[in-house]
Write a protein that binds this ligand. Structure first.
Ligand code: HSE
Length: 437
């Protein structure tokens, strides 16, 4: 039986998951591939620590270049994450005509196009299924499931940490900081959770998905990114009163000749299935002009789900090697010469519905003053709630707008926040009321 040689760089959680899958499901993999997958090397700076899987000592090395320069290694699996040295390792592997499998969303979001060009120039393959949505086969779905579609939009809950925190806040009425602490104690959030809670991890993932969906170069710097740390139980409860849930959504859609790519807390109608995806689960809804709406839900993190995605790439590339089909599908599905620069719409220019909570003094005429300012900025109110008497003699005045331009809303809010009757900064949450989301 033929064999394909693998070199794994990064023996952390996902690396150990990959080794476990290779061992536990060896039989089923061989029956599907007709070849053996031979784990020739594992490189990690720490080769002493017990990773919970058995490996022969002689395949462990501290030097990634042992793998990168070994002519017998067919596929390099990069699972160290982060920008450097991952970038250098991947480019070195590609130049040495090795195929690459990576879960590295931060690197691909920033330098994906350069890396994909290097892949094509060297006549090798790259797989990055594990970079978005953990075990959910979202990359392969867009590339190979919907290739004859014009993708119209993607809405995703692509960060399990944020979804866990928002779900817990919603179920138990606890504050953001309280739930974050619990999540860290349970190991659901990193000790330094900023990439997750500030929306940066989601921005990396939606940048990759937007490139795939639209065959576009997407500049990560232009992706509007807002995290969840300002969300309070008050807003979660008002959202519920209006029939919504608050989710951190990563959104990309085509609007005329431009695309929107943005990450922010979003109010989603409770009838929408995505609003009921709770805990650490991820969900991604892709809408194509021919296929309509498709939603994929599953585990967005963890050793085995993410390892499963890594292995799907390893098998696909192995099949390509065995059948002479390398480069069968381009990294972004679109042929490299057709990858375009597409204008990303500024957040100021988007049109959305909005939830706005004002903290106002409880006295006659306040609502009419505020609605007057909104009216002057062409913002039309859809509904209003004011209930309870708040602290400091003030009350929350909450309203939902009809569709409005973000720039107009921001101008109106800065004017309103300066009024004497307003005693705190207004809270704004965008509302998505598309066909489904
Ligand atoms: N940190 C990510 C999350 C998982 O919380 O979903 C890895 O992409």
């Amino acid at each position: 039986m033929k064999s394909i040689n693998l070199g794994l760089i990064g023996f952390g959680t996902v690396g150990a998951g990959v080794v476990k899958i290779l061992r536990q499901n060896e039989g089923i993999i061989e029956r599907k591939l007709g070849a053996k997958l031979n784990l020739k090397w594992i490189a990690d700076l720490d080769i002493e620590r017990d990773r919970g899987v058995k490996v022969e000592k002689n395949i462990l090395t501290k030097d990634a270049y042992v793998i990168l320069n070994d002519p017998s290694v067919d596929i390099v699996i990069e699972l160290i994450g982060g920008y450097e040295p991952a970038r250098t390792f991947i480019l070195h592997a590609l130049k040495n005509k090795k195929h690459v499998v990576t879960a590295n969303k931060a690197l691909l979001a920033k330098d994906g196009i350069e890396i994909f060009e290097t892949v094509s120039r060297n006549g090798v393959d790259i797989g990055f299924e594990a970079s978005v949505g953990g075990g959910i086969p979202i990359i392969r779905s867009i590339k190979e499931g919907f290739p004859a579609n014009n993708i119209q939009s993607i809405y995703g809950i692509v960060n399990g940490t944020c979804n866990y925190i928002l779900s817990k806040m919603s179920d138990e009425g606890k504050s953001f900081h309280e739930v974050l602490k619990e999540a860290q104690a349970l190991g659901f959030a990193e000790a330094n959770p900023n990439f997750d809670i500030d929306g940066i991890d989601s921005a990396h993932k939606i940048t990759i998905l937007a490139s795939l969906a639209f065959g576009a170069r997407v500049d990560l710097e232009k992706v509007y990114t807002e995290g969840i740390s300002m969300i309070t139980p008050i807003d979660i409860n008002f959202a519920r009163d209006f029939g919504y849930r608050i989710k951190l959504l990563a959104i990309t859609k085509r609007v005329g000749s431009e695309i929107e790519v943005r990450v922010h807390p979003t109010m989603v109608r409770e009838e929408n299935p995505i609003s009921r995806v709770n805990g650490v689960l991820n969900a991604i809804e892709v809408t194509g002009d021919m296929v309509g709406e498709n939603m994929l839900i599953g585990k967005g993190a963890g050793a085995l789900p993410t390892g499963s995605a890594v292995m799907s790439d390893v098998l696909e590339i192995s099949r390509n090697i065995l059948n002479g089909g390398v480069n069968r599908v381009s990294p972004l599905s679109f042929l490299p010469r057709y990858i375009e620069d597409v204008k990303i719409k500024s957040i100021r220019d988007i049109v959305s519905e909005y939830y706005i909570r004002f903290s106002v003094l409880d006295k006659p005429g306040v609502l009419s003053t505020i609605s007057g300012v909104l009216g002057n900025h062409s913002i039309s109110i859809a509904s209003v709630i004011q209930k309870g008497r708040g602290e400091k003699g003030g009350v929350p005045l909450v309203l939902m707008t009809h569709s409005a331009k973000e720039e107009d809303v921001q101008h109106a809010l800065s004017e309103i926040d300066k009024l004497d009757v307003v005693f705190d900064k207004s809270v704004l949450i965008r509302v998505e009321n598309g066909e489904r989301v």
